[in-house]
Design a protein around this ligand. Structure first.
Ligand SMILES: Nc1ncnc2c1ncn2[C@@H]1O[C@H](COP(=O)(O)OP(=O)(O)O)[C@@H](O)[C@H]1O
Ligand SMILES: [Mg+2]
Length: 251
């Protein structure tokens, strides 16, 4: 379980998160919405201790991120795969080497053949040919790079996956492929995930709960059904943007 408790964070005098609490149950998928620049990526980064909160805490599988020792933090990072905004692959490494980085945090402790088999298995799970392992990221399309980034995130059998805008910038077909893939990973591997997205269709397909971060607070959290039916004016900017924004933005 990922339990975000009263998280607050400011940069300079700009308050990004103000007493944010959210919980993702085991096996659950939470979609996180919010305008650009509100702090969605900042929130995700706190979960694996890439940022320190000013107040509050994140508890992952009972481990407090703020109180964890270096060793405990590494163990948490081993359990939580992170698909960074963009694909964030290492250009100078092959696809296979990129995926191996996800297998364990201290470099590959496994035998070479075991590594190769796992890389091939991960590529298969994201519907890429095993021969892709020998290619470089620059030789792949944007959609394929995203799939490699996802493969890297679960290569070490991570139980949690954090996806930061996995379909942003992709054409509709590739966006569809990625959201089907996210659904498949939940079904076949049973991962617990948080997906930051602007893509309603993707969220409705993969998530069971939706949260909306707005002006440093959680404005809404509930089931997909509750989100779709909410009459909160801010939620409606996301669920029926053309209608809600026409009332709001005079052009
Ligand atoms: N390390 C940082 N130092 C200073 N400001 C930051 C840092 N990371 C993010 N910010 C600021 O915090 C705000 C939220 O950023 P971010 O979480 O990336 O937004 P988004 O919701 O689009 O993911 C932005 O104004 C961004 O400029
Ligand atoms: Mg972001």
């Amino acid at each position: 379980m990922i339990d975000i408790r009263g998280l607050s964070k400011r940069f300079g005098n700009k308050v990004i998160l103000n007493d944010v609490s959210l919980c993702v149950r085991e096996g659950g998928t939470l979609a996180l919405f919010g305008p650009s620049g509100t702090g969605k990526s900042v929130l995700l980064k706190h979960i694996i201790g890439l940022l320190d909160p000013d107040a509050g805490d994140v508890i992952v599988d009972g481990v407090s991120i703020t109180k964890a020792t270096h060793r405990q933090l590494n163990q948490v990072r081993q359990r939580v795969g992170y698909v960074f905004q963009g694909a964030a692959l290492f250009d100078s490494l092959t696809v296979g080497e990129n995926i191996r980085l996800g297998m364990d945090i201290d470099g590959c402790r496994h035998a070479a053949t075991e590594c190769e088999m796992r890389v091939a298995e991960c590529l298969r799970l994201v519907n890429l040919d095993p021969a892709t392992a020998w290619m470089y990221p620059i030789e792949l399309s944007g959609g394929m790079q995203k799939r490699v980034a996802i493969a890297r995130a679960f290569a070490g059998h991570q139980r949690y996956l954090l996806y930061d805008e996995p379909t942003t910038g992709l054409d509709p077909e590739n966006a569809y492929i990625i959201s089907k893939l996210i659904e498949k990973l939940r079904r076949e591997i049973g991962v617990t995930s948080i997906i930051v997205t602007h893509d309603l269709e993707n969220a409705y397909r993969v998530a069971d709960h939706i949260a909306l971060l707005y002006e440093a607070k959680i404005r809404f959290v509930g089931t997909v059904e509750e989100f779709r039916n909410s009459d909160d004016a801010v939620v409606r900017r996301f669920t029926s943007p053309s209608q809600a924004l026409a009332e709001l933005v005079p052009v």
